[in-house]
Ligand binder design. Structure first.
Ligand code: NAD
Ligand code: UDP
Length: 310
C-alpha cells in the first residue's frame, strides 16, 4: 500500500514510518518540522519506498494513497502552548484536509487522538464512553478542544461521507527520538538526571499518569488501522499507573544520578489522575502492552545518553 503519515518526522511518526516500510509499504512522510526533525528519518532516506515532504497540514495537499495516519500536531504542553492558535488550526484544519483527501481517494484514515479529550477526569480509569471534563478556555484547551473537534470531524465525515475512519486515544507514550527539550515528563526527568540537574516535579508529584512504551503503542495503532470491525475511539495505553513522584524516583535510580527532586508550581488544569481502561483494545485488537516502565526506561535512557554525548 501507499501510506501517508502526517507528523511523520516526529517522535511517534518516525517510528511508525520505519515500521510501515518494514512491512513493505510505500511511505509518504509529511511534516513541517515544528517538533519533528529530519534526523529522525534520515536513516530511511536511502529506502526507495520512502519520501519526505515538507508541508504544513493546515494547507491542502493531494496524494494518491491507500492509508492516512494523521499524527501532525505538537504533543507536549510546552510546544502546543507556544502558539495555541496554530495548535487549533493544526488539529482542526489538518483533520479537514486529511479527511477531504481520504474522501477523494477512498483511503482509510486513522486519527491520533489523545487521553486529553478526557481533560481532568472524574471517572477513573477512563473508558471510551466517558465524555470528559475539559476546561474549554484554559491553557490546555488549544490541544484538548482541537483534538476533540478533530474527533467530531472524523465521525461526521464517517456518517455523512462514509469515509473509512479509525480513531485511537493515545495515553502518555515515551521512548527514543523524543527531543531533549520536548518538555514532557519522561524526557525531562531523564535529561535532568543525566545532566545532574534537579528534577523538576510540578506540584507535589501526587498526580498520576500511566506510561506506555512506543513499541506497544505502534503495534496497537497499526492493528487498529488494519482491522475491519471497530471504528473507535479506542484507548491505547499502559494501565500501570504511577505518581509523578514515583516516576522521578525510578528515573533517579535507573540513571544512578545524584540529582535532587525539587517542587515547582503545578501548571493550570494539570490532570490529577490518568489511567486508560483498555478493555476495548484487548477485545477488538487482541492487544495489551508488553513493555513495563522499568524496561521502557532501560530502552530510552541510552538514547538520551547518546543524544547528550554522556
Ligand atoms: P511530536 O511532537 O514528536 O510529533 C508531532 C509531529 O507533527 C512533529 O513531527 C511535528 O513537526 C509535526 N507537526 C506539528 N504541526 C504540524 C503541522 N501544522 N503540519 C505538519 N506537521 C506538523 O509528538 P508525538 O508524541 O510523536 O505525537 C504524535 C501524535 O500523537 C500527535 O498528534 C499527538 O497529539 C498524538 N499523541 C501523542 C501522545 C504521546 O504521549 N506521545 C499522547 C497522545 C496523543
Ligand atoms: N511534569 C513534571 N515535571 C516536568 C514535566 C511534567 O512534574 O518536568 C508533570 C506534569 O505536571 C504532569 C505530568 O508530569 O502532571 C505529565 O506531564 P506531561 O507534560 O508529560 O504530559 P501530560 O500532562 O500532557 O499528560
Amino acid at each position: 500500500m501507499v501510506i501517508l503519515v502526517t507528523g511523520g518526522a516526529g517522535f511517534l511518526g518516525s517510528h511508525l514510518c520505519e515500521r510501515l516500510l518494514g512491512q513493505g509499504h510505500e511511505v509518504l512522510c509529511l511534516d513541517n518540522f515544528f517538533t519533528g526533525r529530519r534526523k529522525n528519518v534520515s536513516h530511511l532516506m536511502a529506502n526507495s519506498n520512502f519520501e519526505l515532504i515538507r508541508h504544513d497540514v493546515v494547507d491542502p495537499f493531494k496524494f494518491e494513497v491507500d492509508r492516512i495516519y494523521n499524527l501532525a500536531c505538537p504533543a507536549s504542553p510546552v510546544h502546543y502552548q507556544y502558539n495555541p492558535i496554530k495548535t487549533v488550526k493544526t488539529s482542526v484544519m489538518g483533520a479537514i484536509n486529511c479527511l477531504g483527501l481520504a474522501k477523494r481517494v477512498g483511503a482509510r484514515i486513522l486519527q491520533a487522538s489523545t487521553s486529553e479529550v478526557y481533560g481532568d477526569p472524574e471517572v477513573h480509569p477512563q473508558p471510551e464512553s466517558y465524555r470528559g471534563n475539559v476546561n474549554p478556555i484554559g491553557l490546555r484547551a488549544c490541544y484538548d478542544e482541537g483534538k476533540r473537534c478533530a474527533e467530531t470531524l472524523f465521525f461526521d465525515y464517517h456518517r455523512e461521507n462514509k469515509v473509512d475512519v479509525r480513531v485511537v486515544r493515545i495515553f502518555n507514550t515515551y521512548g527514543p527520538r523524543m527531543l531533549a527539550d520536548d518538555g514532557r515528563v519522561v524526557s525531562n526527568f531523564i535529561v535532568q538526571a543525566l545532566k545532574g540537574e534537579d528534577l523538576t516535579l510540578y506540584g507535589n508529584g501526587s498526580q498520576t499518569r500511566s506510561f506506555c512504551y512506543m513499541d506497544d503503542l505502534l503495534e496497537a495503532m497499526i492493528r487498529t488501522m488494519e482491522q475491519d470491525q471497530t471504528v473507535g475511539p479506542i484507548n491505547i495505553g499502559n494501565p500501570n499507573e504511577f505518581t509523578i513522584r514515583q516516576l522521578a524516583e525510578t528515573v533517579l535510580q535507573k540513571v544512578q544520578s545524584n540529582s535532587s527532586i525539587i517542587e515547582m508550581p503545578l501548571p493550570a488544569d494539570d490532570p490529577t489522575q490518568r489511567k486508560p481502561d483498555i478493555s476495548l483494545a484487548q477485545k477488538v485488537l487482541d492487544w495489551e502492552p508488553k513493555i513495563q516502565l522499568e524496561e521502557g526506561l532501560d530502552n530510552t535512557i541510552p538514547y538520551f545518553k547518546e543524544l547528550l554525548g554522556i
